[in-house]
Design a protein around this ligand. Structure first.
Ligand code: EPZ
Length: 417
């Protein structure tokens, strides 16, 4: 099992190239199921979750070709296996995203219910309810969702909660449905907009992506397309927080500043200097930060995927601040590990009160989920002495070569087996 070894204390400086967004690439990969023609994608990040999704699509019958460093072509001409088996879904919940497109194009789909995960139960009831509203007959038995429908029809669907992959699943299903579908209380995340742009390139008729009302006029078929995945805003935010904490000056390139307003505003509140260009964000900090209150909520508010990283930042900032998690019921597992490094954090319900301490101490800590692992890397970068982070397979799911990118910026970090 790999681990990361970090010696804290080095300021970060230089440029880091941001990879394609995991949470945009995953739904866009499944969009290839909607057409018999090839979908050629650029800027696809090399991540565990992406390889898992490609393996699943290959299992279903897609022809997958990696034609150079960052391009992948998928051809869904024939999909004999219209199913996502448990052993593939259990390691990656985003596999639920094959449900909508497979059902819409072939009239049937069999997808394992994703189990819960470390950060919460994460049901998919809203995905199912939306497809039923579009005419699907859905049976849930033996841990699988069996969905059937001659042809889905348009519907007006008001989502009880804002769900990112729920919105994405239903948007893809509606693209081939008969008639018009209106998704109300839809997720506004940039990754939803990126998927909509790709679907439109394939011939879909979609209006309102990025707002909370998305209208999809179904068409009979979708054609192939070429599309390039957006930059990963959470990877960008993670590097910006790293530089704010260690002190120094870092420019994230191939980024998309317009997807990070809430995060950049909080970094400025903390005392860092943040400048933006068309495709870059530069941060400068002396490492002496003010603690900032954070409350997660759906986009465009502060993203839950940046909560753990800001908690790490608050552990060494001046003053005290509250971190409130409103999206997931159990996304504070990094608190225990940060405490082992000397952080002063009290949790009551969905709010953690963080009091800044002069410095953290290196320790052996354990990653529990993707963003918690990132938070521990950030803590290790500023802690005195050596930090060992175990179970970093969680980290590899969402960050491409993080130790190489951090080393380039001057961090003392290496992967040990
Ligand atoms: C997406 O997960 C992201 N994953 C998550 O990123 C992200 O944290 C999350 O959105 C919130 O922004 C991908 O895009 C692949 P939700 P998703 O459905 O779609 C409840 C990361 O670190 N809910 O928006 O699964 C759910 O339990 C990952 O990259 C239902 O109750 O999240 C949660 O409390 C972690 N019923 C809330 O809604 C449903 O049918 C938001 O979940 C669906 C969701």
């Amino acid at each position: 099992m790999d681990a990361l070894l970090i010696h804290g204390g080095n300021p970060l400086a230089g440029e880091v190239r941001i990879s394609g967004a995991k949470n945009a690439a995953l739904p866009i990969l499944t969009a290839s199921l909607l057409s018999a023609e090839p979908l050629r994608l650029g800027n696809v990040p090399h991540l565990k979750d992406i390889s898992t999704m490609l393996a699943l699509l290959g299992h279903m019958g897609e022809r997958v070709t990696l034609d150079d460093q960052n391009h992948v072509t998928l051809c869904g001409e024939s999909i004999p296996h219209k199913e996502a088996p448990y052993e593939m879904v259990k390691t990656m919940r985003a596999a639920i995203l094959v449900l909508g497109p497979t059902l819409a194009r072939f009239g049937e789909a069999r997808v394992s219910l994703p189990g819960g995960c470390a950060i919460g139960s994460r049901p998919v009831d809203l995905h199912v309810k939306g497809l039923q509203a579009m005419g699907a007959d859905i049976q849930i038995e033996h841990g699988y969702i069996h969905a059937r429908c001659k042809r889905l029809h348009g519907a007006r669907i008001v989502m009880d909660m804002v769900t990112v992959t729920g919105t994405e699943n239903l948007m893809m299903a509606a693209a081939l449905a008969e008639g018009t579908t209106i998704l109300e209380n839809a997720a506004r995340e940039p990754e939803v907009v990126d998927l909509a742009r790709c679907l439109i390139a394939m011939g879909a008729r979609i209006e309102g992506a990025g707002t909370d009302i998305i209208t999809i006029h179904g068409v009979d078929t979708l054609h192939g397309a070429e599309y390039s995945v957006m930059a990963d805003r959470i990877e960008t935010g993670t590097f910006l927080v790293a530089a704010a904490m260690t002190g120094g000056r870092v420019r994230t390139t191939h980024a998309q500043p317009d997807t990070l307003d809430a995060v950049m505003s909080k970094l400025r509140d903390a005392g860092a200097k943040v400048e933006v260009g068309s495709d870059w964000i530069e941060i400068e900090s002396d490492g002496k930060l003010q603690a900032v209150d954070v409350r997660t909520a759906p986009h465009p508010a502060f993203p839950t995927d940046m909560q753990a990283q800001f908690m790490a930042m608050n552990t060494i900032a001046a003053g005290a601040a509250s971190v409130t998690e409103t999206i997931f019921e159990n996304r504070f597992m990094h608190v225990q590990e940060l405490r082992r490094m000397g952080a002063n954090i009290e949790v009551s319900g969905h709010t953690a009160l963080v009091r800044g301490v002069p410095r953290l101490d290196g320790a052996i800590v354990m990653a529990t989920d993707l963003r918690a692992s990132a938070c521990l890397v950030l803590a290790g970068l500023v802690a005195a002495g050596e930090t060992t982070i175990e179970r970093i397979y969680h980290l590899d799911r969402g960050y491409e070569r993080i130790e190489e990118k951090l080393t380039q910026l001057g961090a003392r970090i290496k992967r040990v087996h």
